[in-house]
Design a protein around this ligand. Structure first.
Ligand SMILES: [Zn+2]
Length: 318
């Protein structure tokens, strides 16, 4: 494929990142990325106007022609239409936005839209930690837990474009624990970053730093490395819960690899050893050898995934 440059946009609840992604060489080239606040509370129409402004500015920064616009957005996305079909209270009025059609109408450029977790996963699967793998189970573990299954470059969307919500899968250690989705017993409230902090404090860990600021996940990881028993236990519980769910999911999907990204995936051996041990306990014999690798694209993953989705239809109708 000859190199092609796409305007790539990543729309989150707090910031909009927009830049140029060139695909067609050995590795994607990401350039001219600029970030502006989303100002989500000003409403969907305002966010849309900001996105269009950013796209036009990126086109002006490009040194050559751009083929179109690839967008990664928070919310539930219908990739076949480019519409935002649902967004939560963090982006009021974003749900219902005909994002792809509006961007095309304002810029004259073809546009494709993908959910941000799906875009992140597609980027990592095609160009990052999974570039040599036929299929990948991707989990992003940070303040929440998102996921996706990608096979031969195709995102599994599901019937409601919501497939991959690995944070909202039952896990034994979460029995009775309320989840942000309204159910109880799901993985996210105990295995995402805030759950690790809650468990650390519950076990008696010191919830603040010497200067009085609340302890964060990185600090708990440092304390675990230094031998703090509460920190070690909180990380091990979260790692174990994630490993169990990943093992169960791999029995179902049998991916070539698992890609873990997000801040929690950077945790040290107390978390990782527990995660890997629980994975091996749950996974069936051939599946237990599935490599668990790190994401490689960092914050560029959704931009690269959005561009990839534009170039190659990154979805399948299941
Ligand atoms: Zn849930």
């Amino acid at each position: 494929m000859d190199p092609v440059t796409i305007v790539a946009v990543d729309i989150g609840g707090t910031k909009i990142a927009c830049g140029l992604v060139t695909l067609g060489g050995d590795a994607p080239q990401v350039s001219a990325v600029e970030k502006v606040p989303t100002c989500a509370m000003e409403g969907g129409a305002h966010v849309l106007a900001r996105v269009i402004d950013q796209v036009k500015a990126a086109v002006a920064r490009a040194e050559g022609p751009v083929a179109g616009v690839g967008i990664s957005s928070a919310g539930v996305v219908n990739p076949r239409t480019g519409d935002i079909t649902f967004a939560n209270e963090l982006m009021p009025g974003w749900g219902g936005t005909a994002l792809g059609a509006e961007v095309t109408a304002a810029t004259g450029l073809a546009c494709r839209v993908l959910n941000d977790v799906h875009a992140h996963a597609l980027g990592e699967a095609r160009w990052g930690g999974g570039r040599d793998a036929q299929s990948c189970l991707v989990a992003a573990v940070g303040t929440g837990i998102g996921g996706a299954f990608v096979e031969r470059g195709q995102i599994m969307l599901g019937a409601h474009d919501e497939a991959g919500h690995i944070g909202h899968v039952c896990c034994p250690a979460a029995a009775g624990v309320p989840c942000s989705c309204g159910a109880t017993g799901h993985l996210e409230p105990i295995a995402a970053g805030p759950g690790i902090i809650r468990e650390y404090v519950r076990l008696g860990g010191d919830e603040s730093l010497p200067d009085g600021t609340p302890v964060d996940g990185a600090e708990i990881d440092r304390r675990a490395a230094a031998g703090d028993a509460c920190a070690k236990a909180a990380e091990a519980r979260a790692g174990r819960a994630l490993g169990e769910v990943l093992g169960s999911m791999c029995n179902m999907l049998d991916p070539s690899c698992v890609i873990l990204s997000g801040s929690v995936a950077q945790c040290g051996p107390d978390w990782r050893d527990a995660m890997e041990e629980a994975f091996k306990e749950q996974a069936m014999p051939p599946v237990a050898t599935t490599p668990i690798v790190g994401g490689e694209l960092g914050g560029d993953a959704p931009l690269i995934g959005a561009a990839e989705n534009f170039v190659k239809s990154g979805y399948a109708d299941f």
